[in-house]
Design a protein around this ligand. Structure first.
Ligand SMILES: Nc1ncnc2c1ncn2[C@@H]1O[C@H](COP(=O)(O)OP(=O)(O)OP(=O)(O)O)[C@@H](O)[C@H]1O
Ligand SMILES: [Mg+2]
Length: 500
């Protein structure tokens, strides 16, 4: 299916502002098709000179009546001879008066042509095509709808409809299904469709609406006042309790620049609002669950700590304390998720508490270590944040355990050690957004002949498994690149899922 702008570009010489005007018209014309009970076709002259030719830029079917066209006609070219009414309207700039009945393919059609004016020029022709009424008298609803259509068609012909504006030209007016109300120039209800009466009923209006203003009906008059006072469309949501929400679109009906009435199109958005509320409460539930998981992890940590205190073997105690820290780093992620809406966590929100945890529990008074967090502040999905929090805990734990301890480390009177955590990203790497975390210390450096593949420590095995298997990333441990003593650990992980 072609878009209006594509067809206009290929077949016509219409400029961008004309195309924008036609797009605004088409965004709103489902309503016009409903009000006129007809199919609408929008024609524009092609750039082929003679014989004159027209192209169908857009087509819409009514929801209030049967369609004459099962086929999609957008992009179809017709000659002036095939569509004499289009040609006549385009040349004269005049709407055809009463509906003309022409012999269609198999049944007679009632056709009406309306010039589409913009900036004083005719830039297209709107054709309204339906079954002829055959002398049948119109009912009240039909009369009111046709009346409103007549107003809007006249506004199209003089360039007053669609309204210019800064709003998105593709934002659509609703169809008539949920109700239509016609007001006179003073804002009094002239006609209300049965669906509109029901919608007002749901909003608590139980009195006769005809002849009353919105104010007299106990409804907010703002939307009516704006559309009459400022001669521009306006939208307002009316609600009653938490179960009825109706969006009211007000379209002023103009004649020679004066407001002669207002067309109100209602849209029942109660279901939409209910879903909104449901989503908000789901989000609250998910956060509550993260909060409980965090509490449970803290309880586990406390139990382990109690057990550690009863042990006399220092290694056993240390092993349990390490587990407590690992559990603590997972709790940090859940704590953050219990505060954030959605599934994403800012990296700094997990890095800072982890650094604090390591500072509090590990650093010895003989050799203080300062930690710094620098670089970008990426946001991570929860399933990346949890493993990465564990990885960071292990790497920071290692700096304190190994970089500033042991026979090679200077202790007494030395400057405090400095560990810098640098975050970079997200940057594109092999087609995936990736984040790099560097942990750089100024300690004793890696042991001679150290290799990650042959290292048997538990900490780095956890890191390797999480980074390489779970996060599909990479890890490198080296001496510092600037020739200073110390170790640099670089972890790079993709933060978006591989779509292939
Ligand atoms: N920042 C560092 N500076 C110097 N050596 C390090 C550093 N990080 C790791 N190492 C070396 O790598 C070895 C393996 O570390 P790993 O975390 O796997 O085990 P561990 O720390 O010895 O034990 P665990 O983490 O299970 O308590 C360490 O024993 C240490 O020799
Ligand atoms: Mg370790």
């Amino acid at each position: 299916m072609y878009s209006l702008s594509e067809v206009a570009r290929v077949h016509t010489t219409l400029g961008p502002t004309d195309v924008d005007h036609l797009q605004r018209l088409v965004a709103n014309w489902g309503l016009l098709a409903d009000l006129s009970f007809t199919d609408l076709l929008l024609f524009a002259a092609t750039d082929a000179g003679s014989p004159r030719q027209y192209v169908v830029l857009a087509q819409v079917r009514p929801t209030t009546s049967q369609t004459l066209y099962r086929a999609d006609l957008v992009g179809t070219l017709v000659s002036a001879d095939e569509r004499p009414l289009v040609d006549r309207c385009h040349r004269s700039g005049e709407a055809t008066g009463a509906d003309e009945v022409v012999q269609g393919e198999d049944v007679p059609h009632s056709v009406r042509a309306v010039p589409v004016r913009h900036g004083g020029r005719v830039i297209g022709v709107l054709i309204s095509e339906g079954l002829p009424s055959g002398g049948r008298r119109h009912g009240e609803l039909e009369t009111a709808y046709l009346n409103a259509f007549g107003h809007l068609a006249r506004m199209v012909a003089v360039g007053e409809f669609p309204f210019p504006g800064t709003e998105d030209p593709l934002k659509e007016l609703p169809r008539v299904g949920d109700g239509v109300i016609l007001l006179d120039a003073d804002g009094r209800v002239q006609y209300s469709s049965p669906n509109a009466v029901s919608a007002l009923h749901r909003l608590g209006v139980v009195i006769q609406v005809e002849g009353a203003t919105f104010g007299q009906l106990g409804l907010d008059e703002g939307v009516v006042r704006t559309s009459i006072g400022q001669r521009r469309p306006a939208t307002l949501e009316l609600s009653r309790g938490t179960h009825t929400n109706v969006l009211v679109h007000a379209v002023p009906l103009l004649r020679r620049n004066a407001v002669v009435g207002v067309l109100l199109v209602l849209r029942d958005i109660s279901d939409l609002r209910r879903l909104d509320r449901l989503l908000v409460s789901k989000d609250t539930h998910i956060r509550e669950i993260h909060h409980r998981v965090k509490n449970n992890l803290q309880t586990i940590s406390s139990l382990l700590r109690i057990q550690a205190r009863r042990l006399s073997l220092p290694e056993a105690r240390e092993a349990i304390e390490e587990s407590v820290r690992r559990i603590g780093s997972i709790a940090v992620v859940h704590e953050t998720l219990s505060r954030e809406a959605g599934d994403d966590v800012p990296f700094s929100d997990i890095a800072r508490p982890i650094i604090r945890m390591v500072e509090e529990s590990l650093v010895s008074p003989e050799r203080p270590v300062l930690f710094r967090l620098v670089g970008d502040t990426p946001t991570l999905p929860a399933d990346v944040a949890t493993p990465l929090a564990l990885v960071l805990t292990e790497l920071l734990q290692n700096t304190v355990d190994h970089a500033y301890r042991g026979p090679a480390a200077v202790t007494d009177g030395a400057e405090p050690g400095e560990v810098v955590v640098t975050v970079t990203g997200p940057v594109e790497l092999d087609g995936r957004a990736s984040v790099t975390v560097e942990v750089c210390d100024d300690g004793v450096g890696l042991p001679q002949g150290f290799s990650l593949d042959t290292s048997t420590g538990l900490g780095l095995s956890i890191v390797r498994t999480l980074v390489c298997n779970e996060l599909e990333g990479s890890i490198v441990l080296t001496d510092r690149a600037d020739g200073q003593p110390g170790t640099l650990v670089t972890v790079t992980v993709p933060v978006t899922r591989d779509v292939d």
